[in-house]
Design a protein around this ligand. Structure first.
Ligand SMILES: *Cc1c(COP(=O)(O)O)cnc(C)c1O
Length: 329
């Protein structure tokens, strides 16, 4: 974490930003900052502007060329936040934003709106508000720790948080959403896993988007979690130029299965401001998933979904996507 690249000057030479580009990108960084771990940067192929790892972490001028009409929060998460730091959109589960810090600032992030705020973690007072809200609603049986990346917290803070939620009698399950196995896999230490196992049933969801992210280090992080009885699932985002072709997606899904990681969701990219250059035609996603459904093991198949504002929430996108009346996109 301490060695992350935060400025363009720190980006290693093998990534080869040209000089014109560097000037232009300074403007992007003023709107959307940069953070890349040396580990994740090391996965970038040298001198290759279209590299799928590079696209996910190195800023792109198109991030600030987006139509000003495009929303920063199309899912209206802000409107479903009864207490600051808590998003409650589904009756039986809620999501807690425990920090806004991440090891890598993913350029396709759908919570880019939180990047501009200074780094912060949930305070004790906020946590008390959140736990009181949950404690007063017996319908909430699952709490999802998200952010930001919860694994940027020190072990002791994470244990305190997990304990606070586990103590609520009707909270049966805790879920952690973290991209650390992908962007900072050395964070998933044996000590961390021994801590997490005390809070089972605990489910861990991560986000591998490309088969080249399935390195030996990432495999070890997943193996450590799985071996203490924590199921690991994957939620990819369908991203133009990263994984929007069938061969890449098949390699990713097969690779996840080899690591005992269950493909859970494939999210259609949301229309979030600053991410337009990642957007894929929904028909393309449908064609890809239809072929995969015919060709690959059911255990490798994620649900292809579109998250939408309001009561519909995450809706499965099937072959009949055209007939689904949804004017969200
Ligand atoms: C996606 C999401 C969840 C989890 O939904 P699942 O379908 O159970 O994975 C929970 N809360 C919010 C606010 C979400 O956006």
């Amino acid at each position: 974490m301490a060695a992350r690249f935060r400025t363009l000057d720190e980006i290693p030479p093998f990534i080869a930003l040209d000089r014109n580009e560097t000037e232009a990108l300074k403007v992007v960084l003023a709107a959307y900052p940069l953070a890349v771990t040396p580990y994740y940067a090391s996965l970038i192929e040298a001198d290759s502007p279209a590299d799928p790892i590079r696209r996910q972490c190195i800023p792109d001028i198109r991030e600030i060329q987006e139509d000003p009409q495009v929303s920063e929060d199309p899912l209206g998460e802000g409107d479903h936040s009864p207490v600051p730091g808590l998003i409650h959109r589904y009756s039986d589960r809620c999501l807690v934003l425990v920090t806004n810090v991440c090891p890598v600032l993913c350029r396709h992030c759908n919570r880019k709106r939180l990047w501009r705020r200074r780094a912060r973690v949930l305070t004790a007072a906020r946590l008390r508000q959140i736990t009181s809200y949950i404690a007063a609603r017996s319908g909430i049986r699952e709490v999802i720790l998200s952010g930001g990346d919860p694994l940027t917290l020190p072990d002791e803070s994470l244990a305190r948080l997990l304990h606070a939620f586990q103590e609520i009698p009707h909270v049966e399950v805790i879920r952690i959403g973290s991209r650390a196995p992908v962007t900072l896999p050395m964070r998933v230490t044996e000590d961390l896993c021994n801590l997490l196992r005390r809070f089972r049933p605990l489910w861990f969801n991560t986000q591998f988007n490309h088969p080249r992210e399935l390195t030996p280090e990432a495999a070890q992080a997943c193996e450590r979690l799985v071996s203490v009885g924590i199921p690991v699932s994957n939620q990819s985002v369908l991203l133009k130029g990263v994984n929007d072709d069938i061969e890449t997606m098949r390699d990713l899904l097969y690779g996840l299965q080899r690591l005992s990681v269950r493909p859970y969701y494939l999210f259609h990219p949301e229309p979030v401001k600053g991410t337009g250059h990642f957007r894929v035609e929904i028909e393309k996603g449908v064609r890809m998933m239809e072929r995969l459904r015919r060709e690959i093991s059911g255990l490798c198949l994620p649900r292809y979904v579109l998250d939408t504002p309001g009561a519909l929430g995450k809706i499965p996108i099937n072959g009949g996507a055209r007939s689904t009346t949804c004017d969200f996109l």
